[in-house]
Design a protein around this ligand. Structure first.
Ligand SMILES: [Zn+2]
Length: 435
């Protein structure tokens, strides 16, 4: 039996605070040891044009790169980039790095870091909100591209800085999850951003969303988007490319190159490619789809993105039996993990966690841990931040940024998004008013 999750078919879920909410809610990560400041991953790609690979960037370009790295709070990488360059410009650049570093202090509490998440962004509201049977799901669970961009600019204006899970905590030699120090200038605040269901599901086709992620000639990840007239466009039409472009312009919005977490199921393939061997057996494009999706995933990781499992079949982990979960984990490992690469991140579909406030234990947790997952994310929109560590895991509650939460905030019902942005200013005028 194939699970066919549909937006709007939200299950009642257990949230971190034990409240029952409804809502759907999923990315990989780069362990600290893989943060190589000299790799393209943390260096601004725009400064490394393809023709320069052999000789490397010029001194002037390296000085500019160092300034960007320092603006992104990576002082060690900035110094490394400047190593061996003499002259007044390099000296000024080194002094600039020292000054910036002197302003950074250890973030006050790594156990209270907020996490916001979205689903695929609506590029063309007229096609998403066209009155068909899927409209209500899109209204409830999706943001428009315009809403997302306004939110990002406001988060930046308020001093939020994107961090990745590996910046927050890591499993130490003792096998326990330990918080790590985040160093930011005063006034800057860490924030995790994630996106669920980065699959570009079949049901969304023709409804005004991007159709997939692609790697352009410059090695950057963009979206493919087909407009209402059938014309294809390549550009930033969903979260990852929008954030990539924003951080390129505003390096101080990202901590050491971090971007966010992208969560994927498997039953419709990955990243807009129909890569599932079990679902698309016999597809003539299966091999090239897998190849293209893998290329996109690799480029995203090099640009600071982390992947998470969102289960293969969008499984409700609260309600599903251990046997069902085991089968699902095997499918995700067989069909999705080889494309995305290893990950220790798990984002619960529907926000349906395997425990409420009590710490994790028991068969379901052991299965997830044995499958390599150490970071877990549920949904709780009643508090700006909620985290829990226990043994080798970290749990972090996420706030859904979507139409349901917008409507709740406008009713004055326990508003939480006001800590991040003003809903009234972000909301798209093309979003039909709730009845
Ligand atoms: Zn989901």
């Amino acid at each position: 039996m194939k699970p066919r999750p549909r937006l709007g078919a939200a299950a009642a879920v257990m949230t971190a605070s034990g409240l029952v909410l409804s809502g759907c809610v999923p990315p990989p990560y780069i362990p600290p040891s893989q943060y190589d400041p000299t790799s393209i991953g943390s260096a601004p790609q725009s400064l490394v044009s393809p023709g320069q690979d052999v000789e490397g960037p010029t001194e002037a370009e390296r000085i500019e790169m160092a300034a960007k790295l320092a603006a992104g709070y990576d002082y060690a990488a900035a110094r490394k980039t400047l190593a061996g360059i003499e002259g007044p410009a390099a000296q000024d650049a080194r002094a600039g790095v020292d000054t910036a570093e002197a302003r950074a202090v250890v973030w006050e509490d790594s156990s209270r870091i907020p996490h916001l998440f979205v689903h695929s962004l609506i590029v063309d509201p007229r096609r998403a909100f066209d009155g068909d049977s899927r409209q209500q799901g899109y209204l409830d669970y999706m943001l428009t591209l315009g809403e997302f961009k306004k939110m990002v600019a406001e988060l930046h204006r308020r001093g939020f800085v994107l961090v990745n899970p590996a910046d927050i905590a890591a499993v130490g030699a003792n096998g326990k999850m330990n918080y790590r120090d985040i160093r930011l200038p005063r006034g800057k605040k860490p924030l995790v951003l994630s996106q669920d269901d980065v699959n570009y599901y079949e049901y969304m086709q023709g409804d005004g969303f991007a159709t997939r992620l692609v790697v352009d000639e410059g090695g950057k990840v963009k979206n493919e988007y087909e407009d209402a007239a059938g014309k294809k466009h390549i550009g930033a039409y969903d979260m990852a490319p929008v954030i990539d472009e924003y951080v390129e312009k505003h390096p101080d919005f990202s901590y050491r190159g971090a971007k966010g977490v992208l969560a994927l199921t498997g039953y419709n393939g990955a990243l807009g490619y129909r890569t599932s061997k079990s679902e698309y057996a016999g597809s003539k494009t299966l091999a090239t789809d897998i190849e293209s999706a893998t290329k996109v995933a690799t480029a995203l990781k090099e640009n600071g993105w982390v992947f998470a499992s969102h289960s293969w079949g969008h499984l409700n982990m609260t309600e599903s039996s251990a046997k069902r979960i085991k089968h699902d984990l095997e499918l995700w490992d067989a069909e999705v993990r080889p494309i995305l690469g290893d990950t220790d991140q798990f984002i619960f579909p529907f926000g349906a966690d395997i425990s409420g406030v009590p710490q994790y234990s028991g068969t379901k947790y052991e299965m997830l841990r044995n499958d390599g997952f150490d970071f877990f994310y549920g949904v709780d929109s009643t508090t700006p931040a909620w985290m829990q560590t226990g043994g080798r895991y970290l749990r972090q509650a996420r706030i859904n940024v979507d139409g349901l939460q917008f409507a709740k905030e406008r009713r004055g019902d326990r508003p939480v998004l006001k800590n991040f942005f003003d809903v009234k200013k972000v909301i798209d005028p093309r979003r039909p008013k709730p009845k």
